[in-house]
Design a protein around this ligand. Structure first.
Ligand code: OGA
Ligand code: MN
Length: 226
């Protein structure tokens, strides 16, 4: 018998998630008016995609393939458990569900560029798991002037999330950091979108395991390898 290389068989490719001009207008309007918005995109993404993403992050969690999240980059990099306690794994876009999600992110990137001239050149995305008691204290996703992360998108993957489960994302007013102007439950299919530099936000302690994908649209080039 000859040694044949057998390619892995993936489920047949699925249609890219539905993204309409009208919907992209809504996202752009939300970012312009308030600097953030939240919406349920469950029917847009479809139950299969959400389920597939949840399966992946749960497997990563069970096999302890997630790493403790860090704060900052390069020499500034810290693992400060008093600031954030989530665990993460970067997405590569190679599995079928990740490819489908990346097609969705790419449509959002192009749609926002067309409407807001943000010059978003690429995106990066990771899974995050917050176990019971985990949180992420108030922060912004990009330091003013560094202009690397421009728009943040978080997609939640948790079925039947109740208020008592904690883990809400609190969004602050961009004019007044002390005013909380949005509380978003991490229910499967809900998406939060906000300007990375402008909107302070916080993940309250979760009372059960909380899964999400966080994505950042960036205006810089891919960094050169060290
Ligand atoms: C982050 C973050 C929010 C959330 O990863 O920077 O703020 O609701 N996530 O998971
Ligand atoms: Mn954040």
């Amino acid at each position: 018998m000859n040694n044949q290389i057998v390619a892995p068989v993936f489920p047949s490719s699925r249609p890219a998630p539905a993204v309409s001009d009208h919907w992209l207008d809504e996202l752009a309007d939300g970012l312009t008016e308030h600097g953030w918005m939240s919406q349920c995109v469950a029917s847009r993404l479809g139950a299969d995609l959400l389920q597939g993403l949840r399966n992946e992050v749960q497997i990563l969690d069970r096999t302890e393939a997630l790493a403790k999240a860090r704060i900052g980059r390069g020499a500034d990099m810290l693992r400060d458990r008093s600031v954030r306690r989530d665990k993460i794994a970067w997405l590569q876009g190679v599995t079928p569900v990740q490819a489908e999600l990346f097609a969705f992110f790419e449509s959002v990137r192009l749609g926002l560029n067309q409407r807001l001239f943000l010059g978003l050149r690429r995106f990066e995305a990771h899974y995050a798991t917050y176990h019971e008691g985990d949180f992420y204290r108030r922060h912004v996703d990009s330091f003013r002037g560094r202009a690397s992360r421009v728009v943040s998108l978080v997609l939640y993957l948790n079925e039947n999330w109740q208020e008592a489960d904690g883990g809400a994302l609190q969004v602050c007013n961009r004019e007044n950091e002390d005013e909380i102007c949005g509380t978003i439950l991490p229910e499967a299919g809900r998406m939060a979108l906000f300007m990375s530099e402008e909107i302070p936000h916080e993940v309250l302690p979760a009372n059960r395991t909380r899964y999400s994908v966080a994505c950042w649209f960036r205006c810089d080039e891919v960094p050169l390898p060290l």
